[in-house]
Design a protein. Structure first.
Length: 393
């Protein structure tokens, strides 16, 4: 039987990055002691007030259909949060509630680009970006982020990649997988490119509450950009609620109207009880959110300190997010081989980054989604494995 050309466009290189994760999950189900550090799946408890509000909503029978782009109260709460943080005007008309940041990114690209268009993305990229852009029929154009500059963007290189076919520049800060937190000057330089060439600026800010080297600069805060800026974020990382699949898109009201039509054809709105829980999460700045950021700051410092002892490896301490990047090219193995052999030898599962683009070749992403005790054990196992490699290359 034949399938749509779409199935090829959504099967990007990043799909292979999950092979180690899938194998590790199989071994765990067979009883092996596996330390999973592949996926950014928070291990901490979410805020109790959010769970209580969600359960109470369920008990009130809030299981029917909801607003296609979110209940007005939730959209108003998100808009107020954006205005408070960015000091820029924001109204509910600027907000569409979507099924997680991933669903939001997919929906946005469908509304902004299509066949014949190009979207510029600094690389390494998160593994799903290629498939998301491919699904629209647009073409992914990558601009390398260099390890020697801490994986921070080079605005001149981005500008040089612009062509008459370019429709958008898509950034991600704090960055996955590198942990770089873009500076204010870098954000303004990218915004200037968008203004000069009449481009959209797409900003994936799902890790916005997990910046610890410097304050997060949101794209919505940039001057003279409201008509061309689209921000996607969610509760998944900031509130340890990935299972809620609750995110939002922030952009011009015209985009919200287009998203309404798309979501009408796809999800027909999100669960009402989840939106009620999200309202409790977003109405106030909860102390648990700040505690999560402190957790990841400590965990990043712990893992970075341990991995400095791994021969043939170079650790890349993050500036934000929930990952540590490890450069293993000095061991003589590529990232996939290192990850596979580490899983065999030490029962630690980490994610090869070659599928994230050429700039990430030879690097592995280590998720900080385990207790400090468990992370410490994982760090020691990785160092032990690297030491054996150095002794028996």
């Amino acid at each position: 039987m034949r399938y749509s050309p779409l199935v090829q466009r959504i099967a990007g290189r990043g799909a292979a990055a999950w092979d180690t994760h899938i194998e590790a999950r199989r071994r765990q189900e067979e009883g092996e002691d596996i330390i999973f550090l592949t996926v950014g799946d928070p291990d901490q408890d979410p805020p109790a007030s959010v769970i209580e509000a969600t359960v109470a909503s369920l008990r009130r029978g809030r299981t029917g259909y909801s607003g296609i782009v979110g209940f007005p109260a939730l959209r108003s709460a998100i808009a107020a949060r954006v205005a408070r943080r960015t000091l820029r005007p924001c109204s509910p008309d600027n907000i569409a509630v979507v099924p997680g940041a991933q669903g939001g990114l997919y929906a946005v690209v469908q509304c902004l680009a299509g066949p014949g268009n190009e979207i510029i993305v600094p690389e390494p990229i998160y593994a799903t970006y290629e498939g998301v852009i491919g699904a629209s029929g647009a073409r992914l154009v990558t601009v390398p982020l260099r390890s020697e500059s801490g994986f921070h963007p080079d605005p001149d290189a981005i500008a040089a990649a612009v062509t008459p076919r370019t429709r958008a520049i898509w950034i991600n800060t704090p960055h996955n997988p590198t942990g770089a937190v873009f500076t204010g000057d870098e954000m303004e330089s990218i915004a200037a490119i968008c203004r000069h060439h009449d481009l959209w600026l797409m900003s994936d800010e799902v890790y916005e509450d997990l910046a610890f080297a410097r304050p997060h600069i949101g794209a919505w805060s940039l001057p003279d950009m409201a008509e061309r800026t689209v921000v996607v974020s969610s509760l998944s990382k900031s509130h340890a609620l990935p299972g809620f699949r609750l995110g939002w898109v922030l952009g011009p009201p015209a985009l919200t109207r287009h998203l309404f039509n798309l979501l009408l054809s796809m999800t027909y709105g999100g669960p009402a009880f989840i939106q009620d829980g999200a309202l409790a999460a977003l109405t106030h700045d909860l102390p648990e959110v700040a505690a999560l950021c402190d957790d990841y700051r400590r965990r990043a410092a712990l893992m970075s300190r341990l991995l400095r002892e791994a021969p043939g490896c170079r650790v890349v301490p993050p500036e934000g997010g929930m990952f540590v990047l490890l450069d293993v090219r000095g061991t003589g193995l590529d990232s996939a081989a290192f990850a596979a052999r580490l899983l065999d030898a030490e029962g630690v599962a980490i994610l090869p980054c070659d599928g994230f683009g050429a700039s990430a070749a030879g690097h592995l992403r280590i998720a900080l989604c385990a207790s400090e005790e468990r992370l410490g054990e994982a760090g020691e196992r990785i160092v032990r494995f690297a030491q054996r490699l150095a002794q028996n290359p």
